[in-house]
Ligand binder design. Structure first.
Ligand code: MG
Length: 226
């Protein structure tokens, strides 16, 4: 890796979401979504509810299923119980089987970006650390993200605060962890960008570059447009 072309990014830290940004694998994402839907169904089995899209509502309103279960139904679930259910051994086996040549283009883009930012690149994800670590291995990206560059809800606990998008305080905790406020942030979920500090540089990665009614959020379909 060279660092001769980093003058424009000297003070910038790049923060990437994982699912939908680094991991561009809809089949894997759907397996996780199915698991979360099953988890919600089990937790709500004694409560009258409309199962349709309830988890989607949680995702876009609270950023994390557990926060939605707590706020809507007063059901409190430990994060470990949730992560153990969603990211169970069977899920890892299923995902490993559908990898093949998926995602190669996106992996190439990530490698180029890590080089461009001279390794000042972090992952900020609501997924479990185990999930990220497993996929980075399969994507041949493990050498690009050391443990300290991966911020998930279950591996960085500061003052007992979970770091979960879209809770506002989580973004400021991320700034403390990386010791920089000059951040370029890439997401595939616009609500996570909207809640980020206004002075962050925000990019929405999306296959359809729609106008998003948020002039401070730039739409891209290729990470190299950052
Ligand atoms: Mg995502």
């Amino acid at each position: 890796m060279n660092n001769t072309n980093n003058t424009n990014n000297t003070n910038k830290t790049l923060v990437l979401d994982f699912d939908g940004v680094i991991l561009d694998n809809p089949i894997a994402s759907n397996i996780i979504i199915d698991n979360i839907n099953n988890f919600v169904e089990i937790k709500l089995k004694n409560i009258p509810h409309k199962p349709i899209d309830i988890n989607k509502d949680f995702f876009y309103t609270f950023g994390h299923t557990l926060l939605g279960l707590d706020a809507f139904f007063n059901i409190k679930v430990p994060l470990k119980e949730f992560n153990d259910f969603i990211y169970d051994d069977n899920t890892f086996k299923q995902v490993a089987n559908i990898y093949e040549n998926n995602n190669l283009n996106r992996v190439s883009q990530v490698k180029q970006l890590v080089d461009k930012y001279n390794y000042d690149v972090y992952i900020f994800s609501n997924a479990s650390y185990k999930w990220i670590d497993f996929n980075l291995e399969l994507l041949n990206l493990k050498n690009y993200f050391t443990h300290d560059k991966i911020i998930t809800c279950d591996n960085h606990l500061i003052n007992n605060n979970l770091i979960i998008k879209l809770q506002k305080k989580s973004y400021y905790i991320v700034e403390q962890i990386i010791n920089n406020k000059n951040i370029t942030f890439v997401e595939d979920n616009i609500v996570n960008l909207i809640e980020a500090p206004t002075y962050w540089d925000k990019y929405l990665i999306s296959s359809n570059n729609n106008n998003n009614n948020h002039p401070d959020i730039k739409c891209i379909n290729n990470l190299l447009y950052i």
